[in-house]
Design a protein around this ligand. Structure first.
Ligand SMILES: Cc1cc2ncn([C@H]3O[C@H](COP(=O)(O)O)[C@@H](O)[C@H]3O)c2cc1C
Ligand SMILES: O=C(O)c1cccnc1
Length: 593
């Protein structure tokens, strides 16, 4: 695992699988790429020379070719320039040539492997290593062939352990290979296993109940960070209950559809709970995800980055807008420092991934390992809150500069231009607007290659706070728990959550539409209709909390309002026992009518 901000990827594949093309696509966003050519370029084999020429032709002028078999030395001498190493098979063949390793006497390549893996681990930039997956073919009929296949298998396993990502390319299709659990590989190279997120209490509020970490039940058990991006199938809210709730609305003492969207919200809540009439919401709970962003140092916000830590303390002390609005509806607020660029109180930093995410304009916001940790943390937080009784969740955020990564995510996933999505955030002036638009453009250029890979997308541009939010929102749906979505920052994370866990958006209600232009675009993309439009632009969860009283009321209407029958009120046709005819409101919330 790389200790710095670049990503190391091992791309495995058979002959003509598309592995080199895929490897090149991973480095597409870089202006300059070093190509470590490990195979002979001059040969008496004309077909081989033609192959090498074809590979070179495909690589454009961004590539500088370095021909070497000392790849560990090359990686050490320049550990920053994005590098493509193509491929390990030819390197291994060259080494076996050099050491006489084709002969009967086996040679020990373990030192070479260890040296190579150490160079990979300390490489700071993006690194893509191509290697043949020879183990899927027949056992070769010659001793030399068998030796090569065995050595290559051992080498691939060792290099895979040193890389953050491993993919297998088959027929041009890319399969992400999850990290292995063992601590030592057969090659003797230790695998770094990310420590699992410790189950612990989530509460910033000392008054509320703390679950026992040993006994708290988790659906499917604690989330393993090594495959945090893998979600089980998300169920659909109960459509039978949705139908029953619509029918019940028709029996209540009001003209059909007269409570408008509030009727739909009640239907949605009942279908999420799986019961009609719905239970009153008894423990609405807000989780505010906080983090700093390297890009905030480039003047994209009206406020300085130190405000993030100060506001985290303010939220923990109960003094922010989110706390005031939550108290009005009886909601509990928890704040989590995922990546604040300061030391924060231990009770808020339990899930912290790092101090500040990287500057998305020039580097990955997170390594893939960090992105997995943040996703796992968001999922663990959702699990813990649900297990301790939360029956409605709200995701909020706090982080100076975070409308910039959120805009990058929305622009990339909705394929919009930066000028269409850029907003004023905390209130930047025109010069700030120009800087922010340029930052979004640069971020989108870096994000574009990852548009079909949610985990890489989060790592490249989102940061730990938005990544944890994505995990939280997706896991809430896995846990069949309704969520009110907040403003454009939370909705940006929700878009990625919907990619990770298809169907999750049926468990979400959009609380409001923020004035940020990207928000309407993201809500449209998710097919969510906001409940309120109050020209708000705060974040923290405030827009969702503004809508919460309506959700609580919608549940009460369905559960406590008298029917025509009970109240002895005549229906439209003057019959006190028959339900009035009428169409429910056409503005469905999240459950298909
Ligand atoms: C005092 C204060 C409280 C906030 N609460 C939420 N935000 C909101 O504004 C920030 C995003 O806007 P930008 O990208 O322009 O920095 C985030 O912290 C967001 O939560 C706040 C911002 C400030 C200054
Ligand atoms: O809509 C939002 O989420 C938002 C808008 C401005 C600042 N922070 C958040």
């Amino acid at each position: 695992m790389s200790a710095t901000e670049g990503t190391s990827t091992l791309v495995l594949g058979g002959v003509r699988s598309g592995k080199s093309g895929h490897g090149e696509s991973l480095l597409q966003a870089h202006r300059e790429v070093r190509y470590l050519a490990t195979g002979p370029t001059t040969s008496s084999d004309a077909e081989w020379v033609a192959r090498v020429a074809a590979h070179r032709q495909r690589r454009d002028e961004r590539y500088t070719t370095v021909e070497t078999t000392d790849i560990a030395g090359a990686l050490r001498s320049d550990p920053h320039t994005p590098t493509l190493l193509d491929d390990l098979g030819t390197w291994l063949a060259a080494k076996l040539d050099e050491l006489g390793g084709w002969d009967q006497e086996p040679v020990d390549l373990s030192k070479l492997r260890t040296e190579l893996c150490a160079a990979i681990s300390s490489f700071a930039g993006d690194l893509v290593i191509i290697s043949p997956e020879a183990g899927l073919s027949l056992v070769p009929p010659t001793p030399a062939g068998r030796r090569f296949q065995d050595e290559l298998g051992t080498l691939n396993e060792a290099v895979a352990a040193a890389c953050e990502r491993v993919v297998l390319v088959v027929a041009g299709r890319v399969v992400e290979l999850p990290a292995a659990a063992p601590t030592v590989t057969t090659s003797g190279v230790p695998v770094v296993v990310t420590p699992p997120v410790q189950p612990a209490t989530v509460d910033a509020d000392p008054e509320s109940a703390r679950p026992d970490p040993d006994t708290a039940p988790h659906a499917g058990g604690p989330v393993d960070p090594t495959d945090a991006e893998v979600f089980p199938t998300v169920d659909t809210p109960d459509l039978g209950v949705a139908r029953a709730a619509r029918d019940r609305h028709l029996t209540l003492t009001k003209p059909a559809g007269s409570l408008g969207r509030m009727e739909d919200i009640g239907v949605w809540l009942a279908s999420c709970q799986g019961v009609c009439p719905p239970r009153p919401v008894s423990a609405p709970t807000v989780a505010v995800f906080a983090g700093d962003h390297g890009v905030a140092r480039s003047g994209v916000s009206a406020f300085p980055p130190e405000v993030t830590a100060q506001m985290v303390a303010n939220i923990a002390a109960g003094g922010a807008a989110v706390n005031v609005l939550a108290r009005r509806s009886g909601a509990t607020v928890h704040v989590f420092d995922m990546s604040v660029d300061a030391e924060t109180a231990p009770e808020v930093s339990r899930f912290k991934v790092r101090r500040s995410s990287g500057d998305l304009t020039s580097t990955d916001a997170l390594t893939l390992a960090e992105a997995r940790m943040a996703l796992a943390a968001g999922r663990a937080i959702a699990d813990e809150l649900v297990d301790s009784g939360a029956d409605l969740l709200i995701g909020g955020e706090m982080g100076i500069g975070n409308t910039t990564p959120a805009s990058v995510l929305i622009g990339t996933l909705c394929r919009r231009e930066p000028v269409e999505i850029v907003g004023r955030g905390t209130g930047i002036d025109d010069a700030g607007w120009i800087r922010k638009t340029a930052a979004i453009r640069d971020g989108m250029r870096r994000a574009r290659p990852h548009v079909h890979d949610p985990l890489s997308l989060l790592a490249s541009v989102a940061g730990a706070d938005l990544t944890a939010l994505a995990g939280f929102l997706a896991q809430a749906a896995v846990r069949r728990t309704p969520v009110i979505i907040d403003g454009m920052v939370v909705t940006a994370a929700a878009m990625v959550a919907a990619e990770l866990a298809p169907g999750a958006s049926r468990w979400w209600l959009a609380g409001h539409r923020s004035v940020e232009p990207a928000h309407a675009i993201a809500l449209h993309h998710l097919d969510l209709e906001p409940v309120l439009d109050l020209s708000m632009r705060l974040g923290e969860g405030s827009g969702a909390l503004a809508a919460l009283p309506l959700v609580l009321s919608a549940a009460d209407i369905l559960s406590t309002m008298a029917t025509f029958d009970e109240a002895g009120v005549s229906d439209r046709d003057g019959d006190p026992s028959a339900a009035p005819a009428g169409e429910p409101s056409p503005t469905a919330v999240a459950v298909a009518p």
